[in-house]
Design a protein around this ligand. Structure first.
Ligand code: PGA
Length: 250
């Protein structure tokens, strides 16, 4: 049975007390399923609360939304891979479009963060995706190929197989506009081809998630599309009941 991945990106929401309450509500409702993995990306200040809340649930995994590429040092305001790992993180988002477009994160920086994540024992979820202008100019595939190559080409193939990739068209994030399953699938197929070009046959094993205004109504049709192995969800993951419906749906 294929394993589906459901990842909740809480962005800058859910203080520790709210995160603890969310996790309690979710774990009361959600019964472990062998065919799915559930990942939580709380804000860094709430991560430890989520790790504590999930300590009896090995089926529910936790990560941070960002790391610095250096392991330690004088980088005020930053969190490193080793620090996040020591606090209980096992995953990290890299290259989220909000990091790229609001904070100017470059392809070179995503590459350094990917290496740093692997060094620290964190599974990186590399986010790629085009802006509306790039889509309208017919550049979607070229943009995601460039982002993938820049971030992953320097990593040895056997290590790369533990990575996750998320396709998140920038125009669909937080806008209520979702790519159709056919749109998503077209790009996922191109991502799969690029992953094979980078990592050979091992590239076939890297899960590719879709993200961008996923909710309980559209999740099933997106998951049914070819080469969609899971979803990365922002807004709709902030409500425990809706998140449970998204993750628990058949
Ligand atoms: P959204 O965010 O589900 O609110 O569109 C997705 C994401 O940014 O990961």
């Amino acid at each position: 049975m294929p394993t589906l991945i459901f990842a909740a990106n809480w962005k800058m929401n859910q203080a520790p007390a709210a995160a603890t309450a969310f996790v309690r509500a979710f774990t009361d409702q959600y019964v472990r399923r062998q065919d799915r993995r559930v990942l939580f990306f709380p804000p860094a200040v709430s991560m430890y609360a989520v790790v504590q809340g999930l300590r009896d649930r090995s089926d529910l995994e936790v990560g941070v939304q960002n790391i610095h590429w250096e392991d330690q040092g004088a980088f005020t305001g930053e969190t490193s891979g080793p620090l996040a790992h020591a606090a209980g993180a096992r995953h990290v988002l890299v290259g989220h479009s909000e990091r790229r477009h609001l904070f100017g994160e470059t392809d070179e920086e995503t590459a350094k963060k990917i290496s740093s994540a692997f060094r620290a024992g964190l599974t990186p979820t590399l986010c790629v995706g085009e802006t509306l202008t790039q889509r309208e100019a017919g550049e979607t595939i070229a943009v995601v190929q460039r982002q993938l190559r820049a971030a992953l080409a320097g990593v040895a193939a056997p290590i790369l197989t533990s990575a996750i990739v998320a396709y998140e068209p920038v125009w669909a994030i937080g806008t209520g506009r979702t790519a159709t399953p056919a749109d998503a699938s077209e790009v996922h197929l191109a991502i799969r081809a690029e992953l094979r070009a980078i990592a050979g046959e091992l590239g076939a094993a890297i899960p590719i998630l879709y993200g961008g205004s996923v909710n309980r109504s559209n999740v099933q049709s997106l998951l049914a599309a070819p080469e969609v192995q899971g979803v990365l969800v922002g807004g709709a993951s902030l409500d425990a009941e809706q998140w449970c419906a998204i993750v628990g749906g058949s």
